[in-house]
Structure formats: C-alpha cells, structure tokens
Design a protein around this ligand. Structure first.
Ligand SMILES: [Zn+2]
Length: 280
C-alpha cells in the first residue's frame, strides 16, 4: 500500500533556495503532496494591493513547476503575510497599510476562486508582541480573511502567536463571527493540541518533531503535519528539513507508532476535510 504523505506547510524560494530540487528530496523520501505557503519575496516588495499579484504569482509559479517537474502534487496557499503590516505601517502609516493588506486579501480570494490557490494563507497576526493599534488592525484583517474564506468556501491558514487554550478559543470565536466553519481554519506551526478541548475545533498543523507527533498520535489522529520548511540555504538547520514529514511518517509506521490507517487519516482524510474537493 502506498501511503499518501502531505507536508502541509512549506515555503519555496525561486531565487536563493533549492525549490524544486528540495521537493525532489521530499519525493525521494516518499512524500506525495505539499502545500506551498506564500511568503514575501525580496524581488517583489509590496507597497500597494495590486503589488500582491506579482508576489502571489511567484508562489503559484513555484507550485506549477513542482507539478510539472516532479510527481509530487503541490497546491498554493496565498495571502498577505501578517508581519507585512508592520513594514507597510512604517512606510505608509497604519491606516493605509491596513487597506493594502485588505486589498491583498481580496486578491487572495480571487486566486482561490480561479483555482490558482487552494486556501487563503498564511494570514493572521504577528507571532510577537506589537502595539495595541497594530494588533487591532491585524485582528480586523484576519477577521476579513475568514469572512472571505466563508464566502469563497475555502480554508484559511493562520499564522499567529503560539496556540495556547486562550488563543485557540479566541480564533474559534473569530471564525464563528465570520461564518467560517472552524474545521476549515488551519492553525499553522502548531504544538500537538489535537483534542477538541485544546483546539476548539480548529485544525492543528503540527510541527513534525518526533515528540510532538508521538504526543499528538497518543491523543487522536485529527491533525496535519508540517515542517514550515524555509528553503533558505543561508540558514541551514534553522528549520526542519523538507524530508522530515515523509521520514517521520514512514519511520513511525515501521516502528509501529503510527498505523497506515492513521497515516491515511492525517495525510488524506484530514486535508480533504479542511481544503475540500480541490485537494486530490
Ligand atoms: Zn510559514
């Protein structure tokens, strides 16, 4: 039986990184699917909403290359990266910066409608402390992203502060207010918070460390796995290798820590539930 293996969150760098070659490493280790998350690129700085098009197109083109040059099935997730608001605030002021971010959300929703992306993400709020006004603006932008996701009927991938109980409860409430099914909200870079009382119905995308995955499996198989691979050769070892999810999954199956049934749930059923029929 061939087990499907999804890395739910990787970044690929068209210029500095190994990009498609890195995905070939993933493929050799047994990986079958990846979600390529948008990130700001040095070569396509954003100063207006319309600038997001050029930037999103880089992510979409990486996905197209993976799909044509490897057997790995890749999908894009696009949206204004949360920390971008702070750069825009410095440059344009907070109000204008917020407007640009909101426009970027509209464009991200269009990409999903057009089938160029499978989800809006990663979006949310900075993972570190920011001013109260910047936090308020970030929350409004995030709520807007969820409202758009509900309209388009797609998932949203969140980048926020660490997923404590309070944070997860808060994010679930924002989703409810936006009319977005909690099950379509992915908490990226998540600790093994896989029980409903820990994640309030959001879908945790658990960092694929040995202990975290083992702990998650001990509770339930309702989670996704990711590396948040950064594809930055200038920072080797700063993040998990792109081979981690297939190695961890197949290693755990061999050792009897994960069953093939659990692997299928994590790498196929769960992403189907989150991303919908666009995920094959
Ligand atoms: Zn990321």
């Amino acid at each position: 039986m061939e087990v499907p293996i999804l890395d739910n969150h990787v970044h690929l760098e068209p210029r500095r990184g190994r990009n498609v070659d890195a995905v070939r490493d993933f493929e050799r280790q047994g990986g079958t699917h990846i979600i390529v998350s948008h990130q700001p690129y040095e070569e396509a700085r954003v100063n207006s909403s319309e600038d997001f098009r050029k930037s999103f197109d880089i992510t979409v083109s990486m996905v197209d290359r993976v799909n044509s040059e490897t057997s790995v099935k890749a999908y894009a997730s696009v949206g204004p990266y949360p920390v971008e608001l702070l750069r825009l605030e410095k440059k344009l002021g907070l109000e204008k910066g917020k407007e640009v971010m909101m426009g970027g959300m509209d464009l991200a929703a269009d990409y999903v409608r057009e089938g160029k992306a499978i989800a809006i993400g990663e979006v949310g709020r900075p993972h570190f402390d920011v001013s109260d006004v910047a936090l308020k603006a970030s929350n409004e932008i995030m709520a807007y992203a969820m409202k758009l996701a509900a309209e388009v009927d797609c998932a949203v991938v969140l980048h926020t502060e660490v997923g404590t109980e309070d944070t997860m409860r808060n994010l679930a409430e924002v989703a409810d207010d936006a009319g977005l099914d909690r099950g379509r909200v992915v908490k990226h870079y998540s600790p093994p918070i896989v029980l409903p009382e820990e994640n309030f119905g959001l879908m945790p995308s658990v960092l694929a460390g040995k202990e975290a995955v083992r702990e998650a499996l001990g509770k339930s198989s309702r989670f996704l796995m990711e590396t948040d691979f950064l594809d930055d050769p200038r920072r080797p070892g700063a993040v998990m290798a792109i081979t981690t999810v297939p190695k961890r999954t197949l290693g755990f199956i061999r050792m009897g820590i994960m069953t093939e049934e659990q692997a299928c749930k994590i790498h196929s059923d769960n992403p189907h539930a989150v991303y919908g029929s666009a995920f094959e």
